[in-house]
Design a protein around this ligand. Structure first.
Ligand SMILES: NC(=O)c1ccc[n+]([C@@H]2O[C@H](COP(=O)([O-])OP(=O)(O)OC[C@H]3O[C@@H](n4cnc5c(N)ncnc54)[C@H](OP(=O)(O)O)[C@@H]3O)[C@@H](O)[C@H]2O)c1
Length: 349
């Protein structure tokens, strides 16, 4: 029987106090991959009293780190065979080939399959058989943040989903898993594999890792091309992003506007909309179309498996750019001074 609220539905948001770890009792969780998420989740599960077996490549960095953390890692295949819950925490582009090559045939027949991103299920890289138990617990943050917060008694919010053909009890298992890794602290939000995957990728592309970075670069280039110093341009257009992000995170949009100077507030409110016009919204919509249609997923997988991935060469070109070098120089100087780069006044100057 699933956990239900007063209306008889599984809740839209799972609260930690309403969820028990009972679905994980007497079950071993196999963590496949000891990277960013695998390490944090394995450690948090162990601290929550859950039995964990770590699967890692024998000569890899993850294997060595798992040993240092007190685990006795086994091969990925062995771990998959031992798990009652098999958590697939390999890079997204590796999950489909792993499923086809050894995972599908190597799991216990009744084992549950878990993910921390919807990609493999949403874009048909993995198709568990009808009736198989399959869930998603996607922490809203990096593994190191999850581990650090959990170790201090906190955690991160998480997105939870189960596949349509999963049996009764799967939502309870997902909620228990989320609680055990510290993902119900801020609430566990119900979603679908597809919604989580698409919204996550859109946020990364339109804002966090794409749009935002290009906006910063364009602003830096504009100042530098008009004769302003590179250091000054970097401070104003890049370095101070953290100050505003922290204010937004802690105090919300209205709080941030109240805490910055009137000049900054007026300038932002009147000039921001001139930059983000309908043309940009149309291009964002096209980017969302590409994600929804699966075109982005196909392009990414093809690039990752090519002999000369363009993702790697684009990153190398960016690392060698003047923009990156200016930031590197400034950070070195600030690190050497041991300065905390947060601004207690919360201002932008
Ligand atoms: N990173 C995040 O912030 C984040 C946040 C939420 C969700 N997620 C999701 O969590 C999942 C795991 O991502 P991650 O960032 O934790 O991954 P990751 O750190 O890049 O790598 C995970 C592990 O996969 C192993 N691995 C890499 N390539 C492999 C291959 N070809 N065959 C076998 N093992 C291989 C690595 O082993 P070695 O140590 O041997 O190299 C590493 O330990 C993904 O679905 C991701 O979308 C990530």
């Amino acid at each position: 029987m699933e956990t239900q609220n007063k209306t008889g539905q599984a809740p839209d948001v799972y609260e930690e106090s309403e969820v028990t770890l009972a679905p994980l009792a007497d079950r071993t969780v196999a963590i496949l991959g000891y990277g960013n998420q695998g390490r944090a989740q394995a450690l948090n599960l162990r601290d929550s009293g859950v039995a964990v077996v770590v699967g890692a490549r024998p000569d890899g960095r993850g294997h060595a780190r798992a040993v240092a953390d007190g685990f006795a890692p086994v091969s990925l295949q062995k771990a998959a065979a031992q798990g009652d819950v098999v958590m697939v925490l390999l890079p997204d582009e590796v999950q489909g080939p792993a499923w086809r090559d050894w995972l599908a045939a190597g799991m216990k027949p009744a084992a549950a399959l878990g993910f921390s991103h919807g990609f493999a299920i949403a874009f048909d890289q993995i198709a568990p058989p009808d009736g198989a138990t399959c869930f998603l617990v996607a922490p809203k943050g990096q593994g190191d943040m999850l581990r650090e917060a959990f170790a201090k008694g906190g955690g991160l919010p998480g997105m939870l989903a189960v596949t349509d053909t999963s049996p009764d009890g799967t939502w309870d298992l997902a909620a228990a898993y989320a609680k055990a890794i510290g993902c119900l602290k801020g609430g566990g939000f119900r979603t679908t594999f597809r919604e989580e995957c698409i919204a996550d990728q859109f946020g990364e592309q339109a804002v966090l890792c794409g749009g935002l970075i290009e906006l910063l670069r364009a602003a830096y280039d504009t100042l530098v091309s008009r004769g302003y110093s590179k250091d000054n341009a970097y401070f104003e257009c890049v370095h101070e992003v953290k100050l505003i992000a922290d204010l937004l995170h802690r105090h919300g949009l209205d709080g941030m506007r109240r805490m910055i100077s009137p000049t900054a507030a007026y300038g932002g409110l009147t000039r921001g909309p001139r930059l983000v016009d309908d043309g940009l919204r149309d291009r964002m919509s096209t980017i969302l179309d590409e994600i929804e249609s699966g075109d982005f997923a196909a392009e990414f997988l093809a690039d990752a498996s090519s002999a000369d991935p363009s993702g790697a060469s684009l990153a190398a070109r960016e690392a060698a750019s003047d923009f990156t070098a200016t930031g590197r120089g400034l950070r070195k100087r600030l690190d050497a001074l041991g300065l905390d780069d947060t601004n207690p006044s919360g201002g932008t100057r």
